[in-house]
Design a protein around this ligand. Sequence first.
Ligand SMILES: [Zn+2]
Length: 345
Amino acid sequence: MEELIIAGESIKPGETKRLEIAMPPLYTDTHMSIPVHVQRGKRPGPTLFVSAAIHGDELNGIEIVGRLLNSKSIKNLRGTLIAVPMVNVYGVLNQSRYLPDRRDLNRSFPGSKKGSLAGRLAHSFLNEIVAKCDVGIDLHTGAIHRSNLPQLRANLNDEQTLSLCKAFGLPVILNSDIRDGSLRQAAADLGVKVILYEAGQALRYDEFSIRAGLKGIINVMREVGMLNKRNSKKGHAIEPFIANQSGWIRAHESGFVHHQAQLGDHVMKGDVLATISDPYGTELGKVLCPAESVVIGKQNIPLAQEGEAMYHLAYFKTPNSVAEHVELLQDNLVSEENNATVKPE
Ligand SMILES: [Zn+2]
């Protein structure tokens, strides 16, 4: 088995270690580092990273990583799991998506040793962690005041990436073009397959999103051979559906919002998604659905400025089946709770 060295420390097969990747200190002379948990199985297998909080206000992923590390399922893994609960430690401290230099870490890859703070962080994470992996799962949430239905985004033109997405076990998958400066692009350049999990909203825990994410990661670990495949499946199998296209519906008026459509809803052309009123309660207009689709993201705050992105709709060949499988997924994850005499998986 290859030698694995992270932050100058060697981790041998069968070992579990907590490490810190040193980062520039705060101006208060406070030491800063990215915490890393490395767990190597005795038996060989792939190396997987699971990262969260590349955007520092996206907290769901931190909880998912915590539950994963406490899960009995990963006790006897093959290969190596590298879990990074907070990549953007500065952002977590400031409860902010960005870094203190106001840059977006996910637009700062591959970065450089001598670049901006964001560039240095990107460079360290890419070289210390990502470059040493075969596969990665990067955990995100919607922005502040916006929720996402659990969904995957990945380059589905790559066959292995597509099979990882299908194994994850979510009904909604988006084929997303790689954006310049993103972790996914930098990872792809290194030959590392990365899928992005988006669910819930910034600065909040969302139980459904946390469970769906945890389960998905374990499913991917089974798929790549790090864990044994299951013979009997609990609950109903969730089918993956790939969206042809997606887009945000924006407010035509500024005002106060009554949301009608909810995440996971199957909506038809002409359906009222929300109404917008003035401060005296007089309706100013309706936010209408432009075509049959599924609601995969929504604004939560009942305030809108003209031009505000209000609903993210995804267009599928069989939107009714997608909505059914979203319900199935919710049922599966809830019924697990009812059966749960053990800790979450
Ligand atoms: Zn994000």
